[in-house]
Design a protein around this ligand. Sequence first.
Ligand code: SF4
Length: 265
Amino acid sequence: MEQHHYQYIYGPVTSWRLGKSLGIDPVSTDEKTCSFNCVYCQAGRTTVLTVERKVFVPTEALIRELRALPEMEIDSITFAGNGEPTLAKNLGEMIRAVRGIREEKIAVITNASLIDRKDVQEDLVLADLVEAKLDVCSADSLQKVNHPSAEIVWEAIVTGLKTFRKIYQGHLNLQIMFVAGNQADAADIARAALGIGADEIEINTPLRESPVKPLSPAEIGKVTDIFRSTCGTAVKVRSVYEEKREKSEPFCRRATERRRGKEPE
Ligand code: SF4
């Protein structure tokens, strides 16, 4: 039975990518705040479309909440939520503070829209794992699939990811969400992804509640084959339907559904 309502933390969420992971939402606004408004977003439409970095959650408040958490076994701690975590200006400070009180590996899931910025790179290098979005292979498809804030430039995302790869010693995953709008671009996206030099590429499709339909196992199978033949042995390619999916049992369902949408029945 739920005893508390948590403001900044949620989960743990069991995912095929991060194991049993406690979520931290460093933005945690009532209205969804993001630099993208992706067609498939499980958290609904973006209300505040912005690239402005600011402090949304004081680091001390997050740490207080984390200290109040009941004992639980988790594999990792993930900065994500229902907005873009790199919009939090104190992301680096938060990662350092969490590392000071927890031993688990720390991941950040980002849409990579600000990754060409030095201050964002300096924050992300502190994580053990960075999972970055790369759904498209051109400025036009970025508009079609991710509906970015006006300041975001497609080429800067690619350059930023390449620069970040050079300075980042941790594990860099690219996550590519396939829906009807980018399915035909799989070969071009695979070539763009290979050029980043990531450790892993994850092929996904929205299996949780989403405004758009997921691709079928056969369609994702074809996309995965394209990626594997393009990337060869240079980078491991994982695919959502090939992974074992487990249902999550969050300590606070309300806090978790607010960030992730509802699990399918
Ligand atoms: S999927 Fe992620 S990046 Fe896209 S709108 Fe939703 S929160 Fe933002």
